[in-house]
Design a protein around this ligand. Structure first.
Ligand code: FAD
Length: 375
């Protein structure tokens, strides 16, 4: 094999999945994660069918399904409760698994970390790469813990605000603000919630996502009201979120009253990035959000990060020279991730300007179906 030894930078969904996939292909892997503890923050994530299919290839989909809650499809309403879409159900990508799965991030992270540790990868937390020097034959990396080592390939999975992207591709490719912000909070599941329930409001969309028999999360993606600041202090978040949900009726009106604890509310600006192809320079490749960080409108960011690792391992297993491995990876990944980033961005644009001729449900379904195409 031309790629025998790989360094993965970043222990999020993308880096952990790549580590597991590469180890299954017989590659020696070191993984570094800058945080000294695995934090996997506490709200949930949607795993669409293509994420479950990719995880199935890693032997992890059944466990995710067992620890999550099935999502059969989507329903949507206007903010005041008029039906827009009734049961737009997804096909299952893998027989025996749900079409889509909701799971807490903590549980997903625990599953991925356990599998990465069992894979035999050398995993170090609290460590960053302090120097990355490339020659034709290898990438020599110095680490913050004083170690140095040479690799055939470095995989940067260090997220939306990737330092490796800045270093290798320059700071002009940084993630940009989309004009929207995201609110998330875990709540007791509404009995019978087995689809994404979405409510289209005047500045965005609020929705419920099942995560476990007793748990769901409420997600809102919205344009910041004129004259309101984008950055908000943690203190007072619950009250601001309740106020932003005031236009919604039905179950949102009821559940907004449960949002009381500032510490339970996650709030962040929504940024995105699509690095132009190719996502590698020499022997350093970016994957996941570092290369294609999408807004969350289609629930595909984590799914695409998992697929990256699976495809990279498949390309390495073909035993071609490194340049061909990376070209093969790009051929299979760029258009697919571009469809996700741009399709999600379109929905976000409509949420900010309803005069645009975009049907958000149809756009999301289109992206989901494109992502279900074989890898
Ligand atoms: C509001 C919201 C909702 C979302 N909902 C969904 C959803 O429902 N479904 C879905 O599939 N996706 C969803 N996503 C997207 C998904 O969270 C991301 O696409 C996914 O987490 C990307 O994984 P990643 O591993 O590329 O990056 P990250 O998860 O950001 O992981 C990067 C890791 O690298 C580490 N790191 C950073 N810098 C360094 C460094 N210098 N050295 C070492 N380590 C470093 C970080 O600590 C982190 O652990 C959502 C995103 C948002 C914002």
């Amino acid at each position: 094999m031309s790629v025998r030894r790989v360094l993965v930078v970043g222990g999020g969904i993308g880096g952990l999945s790549a580590t597991i996939a590469l180890r299954r292909a017989g590659v020696e892997v070191d993984l570094i994660e800058k945080n000294s503890e695995w934090t996997g923050y506490g709200v949930g994530i949607i795993q669409p069918g293509n994420a479950l299919r990719a995880l199935d290839g890693l032997g992890l989909a059944q466990e995710c399904a067992a620890q999550g809650h099935p999502i059969l499809g989507t329903r949507s309403w206007t903010a005041d409760g008029a039906t827009l879409l009734q049961d737009n159900d997804f096909p299952a990508a893998v027989p025996g698994l749900p079409p889509s799965n909701g799971i807490t991030r903590r549980r997903l992270h625990d599953i991925l970390v356990a599998a990465a540790e069992d894979s035999g990868a050398d995993i170090r937390t609290g460590v960053t790469a302090s120097a990355v020097e490339q020659s034709a034959a290898e990438v020599r990396v110095g680490f913050s813990d004083g170690r140095r080592r040479g690799y055939d390939l470095v995989v940067g999975a260090d997220g939306l605000y990737s330092r490796l992207r800045d270093e290798i591709f320059g700071t002009h490719h940084r993630a940009k603000f989309t004009g929207q912000v995201a609110w998330r909070v875990n709540l007791p599941r509404i009995p019978g919630l087995d689809r994404l329930w979405m409510y289209r409001g005047s500045r965005g969309t609020a929705g419920f996502v099942p995560l476990a028999p007793d748990l769901m999360y409420l997600l809102t993606i919205e344009k910041v009201p004129d004259s309101a600041p984008v950055r908000l202090p943690r203190k007072g978040l619950a009250a601001v979120y309740r106020e932003r949900l005031a236009e919604y009726g039905g179950p949102v009106a009821h559940h907004r009253e449960l949002v009381r604890d500032d510490a339970e509310v996650l709030y962040r600006p929504v940024d995105n990035v699509l690095l132009p192809a190719p996502w590698y320079r020499g022997r350093v490749l970016l994957i996941g959000d570092a290369a294609h960080g999408t807004s969350p409108h289609c629930g595909q960011g984590g799914a695409q990060a998992i697929e990256d690792g699976v495809v990279l391992a498949e390309e390495i297993a073909k035993q071609l020279p490194v340049e061909q491995v990376l070209d093969g990876f790009m051929r299979r990944r760029f258009e697919r991730c571009k469809t996700v980033v741009e399709g999600s961005e379109r929905i976000g644009r409509w949420e900010q300007d309803h005069s645009l001729d975009i049907d958000p449900d149809a756009a999301a379904f289109e992206v989901t179906m494109a992502a279900m195409a074989p890898l």
